[in-house]
Design a protein around this ligand. Structure first.
Ligand code: GLN
Length: 559
């Protein structure tokens, strides 16, 4: 570690500085993407929190899109929706889940947002007479943005955070990320070197017959980072097996870090072990924090142990269209896992490509029939819709626990209209504009011309319409719940009375009492649909109620 005061015990900045008490940990990455920078950043957040600090987090995405809302889950993984309706990178979900935060759209900085802001200011005349340039205008704007958002409470305390984790997306050396690296290089002088710590995540591959751990890729990426003016204080090295002492020392010598600050991030039994792994190698000392200041880590350790010792398997069939790509449904998977911890079962997700179910002799039907529960997640576009409708039909008519999320609620409503109400050809106008029976319709307030940020987005209240029902019990009897939304279509209000008369009851509605939010089927162990996305608020130690209901019912408990 560099010879200086530990980061969090550093001298206070001069009184005129607005950042007096703020500490920053910047997490960058090198060699290749997908090394687990997000998990590293979240784990550091957990450790900062366990030291008793109020934490927030910022993700920098160097792409030109304003936000992730218009990006395909194929390209970029799921779009994570925030309380304020921000459509963000999935790493914000990692921070929220690990550190129990509620972040804002501004916690996700993109090149698109920064340039829009600077260009808008230029048009207003804010820089009148000046040539507007990447340095200093873009780099200043990045620093101002970080400074501003890191002072906004994200942990529910209403108090200003004391530590902020900043994750820089992409890989050091990318053209796109260079203005951000330059901004962060300057930022260390703005906030004081004692208030900022640079953590670099790299890869140590294993080569050759004796399994030699190779340090060269890390040496190169650190050289690149140092060439850009940033000296890493801590190295986190992804490796299959623990780094040997020799490799640690070699990395320390070639990368200008203390051997005590070279962390081995080798494979572990579950993701919750990562903060423990870093703690046990002394990252807290390198950061200058005492993570035993609270009892958080002992609880965290108990959770990691519990996750390694769960009971019998429970099979949940996920009927979707991006089944090969788990990042596309990351929060849904996490929510199922959280609920499985609560019922002490080992979760097995059986992926079913929805369109396969359209062929009645496809082997995926056997997988569906063998599952303990069925989940149809959110989605857009018509591919696989008929398969999803068949899955909902199967779950409804065979008393198999079912959770439909957003599109999953909509397709279950279509199925019910077709097969119970006898409305042949019932559909959503998203898939068939000329359907004779529009069961799901475009919401009146949604833009028909602009796709970015124009859905019904973010936290909205759902009011229970009945005193007692399964979902209300799962939510602890609350009369109202706030969950996050992302949709353009809704159940056709004109059909609700007829649907409810046949037993599919919309037990939760929006504040106007018109818009459907939750349905439950009478007489079924668990046939539940939610128009919102409960997966965005699930936490490992606080599973989302609709998911908990699914897992309870799937394990044979009465909900
Ligand atoms: N495509 C549907 C809609 O826009 C469902 C959206 C979703 O599942 N998130 O309403």
């Amino acid at each position: 570690m560099l010879k200086r005061d530990p980061m969090l015990k550093g001298e206070a900045r001069p009184p005129q500085s607005p950042l007096k008490d703020m500490k920053y940990v910047v997490v960058s990455g090198g060699v290749l993407s997908g090394l687990g920078k997000g998990v590293t950043a979240s784990s550091i957040g957990v450790l900062l929190k366990s030291a008793g600090l109020r934490v927030t987090a910022v993700k920098i995405d160097p792409y030109l899109n304003s936000d992730a809302g218009t990006m395909s889950p194929f390209e970029h993984g799921e779009v994570f929706v925030l309380d304020d309706g921000g459509e963000a990178d999935l790493d914000l979900g990692n921070y929220e889940r690990f550190c129990d935060l509620n972040l804002y759209r501004d916690n996700n900085i993109t090149t698109g947002k920064i340039y829009s802001k600077v260009i808008e200011a230029e048009r207003r005349g804010d820089y009148l007479g000046k040539t507007v340039q990447v340095i200093p205008h873009i780099t200043d704007s990045v620093q101002d943005w970080i400074e501003e958002i890191s002072s906004v409470s994200a942990d529910g305390s209403g108090l200003q955070p004391e530590a902020c984790v900043i994750e820089l997306g992409g890989t050091v050396g990318d053209i796109e990320s260079s203005p951000f690296i330059e901004a962060l290089r300057q930022f260390q002088f703005r906030v004081g070197r004692e208030n900022i710590c640079f953590v670099h995540v790299s890869l140590v591959p294993v080569m050759g017959p004796v399994g030699e751990q190779k340090t060269k890729p890390t040496q190169h990426t650190v050289k690149e980072l140092r060439g850009l003016g940033i000296n890493p204080d801590v190295l986190v090295c992804r490796a299959e097996t623990p780094l040997t002492q020799e490799v640690r020392e070699k990395l320390a010598a070639f990368c200008h870090v203390s051997p005590n600050a070279v962390m081995s991030a080798h494979d572990v039994s579950n993701i919750y072990r990562v903060p423990l792994l870093l703690r046990d190698q002394g990252i807290c000392e390198a950061l200058g924090i005492d993570c035993n200041a609270t009892d958080m880590m002992s609880k965290w350790e108990a959770m990691a142990d519990h996750v390694d010792n769960l009971g019998d398997d429970i099979h949940i069939a996920m009927v979707g269209k991006y089944t090969g790509l788990t990042d596309s449904y990351l929060s849904v998977i996490k929510s199922l896992q959280h609920a499985s911890y609560a019922v002490n079962r080992t979760l097995v997700i059986d992926w079913i490509e929805a369109s396969n179910l359209e062929n009645e002799s496809h082997s995926d039907w056997d997988v569906l029939k063998a599952a303990d529960g069925v989940l149809v997640p959110g989605g857009f576009g018509d591919r696989g819709i008929e398969g999803k409708i068949l899955a909902a039909h199967y779950a409804r008519t065979n008393n198999v626990p079912y959770l439909g999320i957003c599109l999953g609620l909509q397709i279950a409503t279509i199925e019910f209209c077709r097969n119970v109400l006898g409305l042949e050809g019932a559909n959503s106008t998203e898939f068939d504009e000329n359907t004779p029976h529009p069961a799901v319709v475009f919401m009146p307030e949604i833009s028909k011309t602009h796709l970015g940020g124009t859905m019904r987005l973010g936290s909205r209240p759902t009011i229970f319409q009945v005193d007692d029902c399964m979902t209300r019990r799962l939510y602890g009897g609350a009369s109202q719940v706030d969950e996050r939304h992302r949709h353009r279509y809704e159940v056709n209000p004109d059909l609700i009375e007829r649907i409810e008369a046949e037993g599919l009851v919309y037990v939760g509605k929006d504040e106007t009492g018109q818009r459907c939010e939750i349905f439950e089927l009478e007489g079924h162990p668990y046939y539940v649909g939610v128009q919102y996305h409960p997966e965005f608020k699930s936490r490992p130690q606080k599973p989302s109620p609709p998911f908990l209901g699914l897992l309870k019912a799937a394990s044979g408990e009465t909900v």
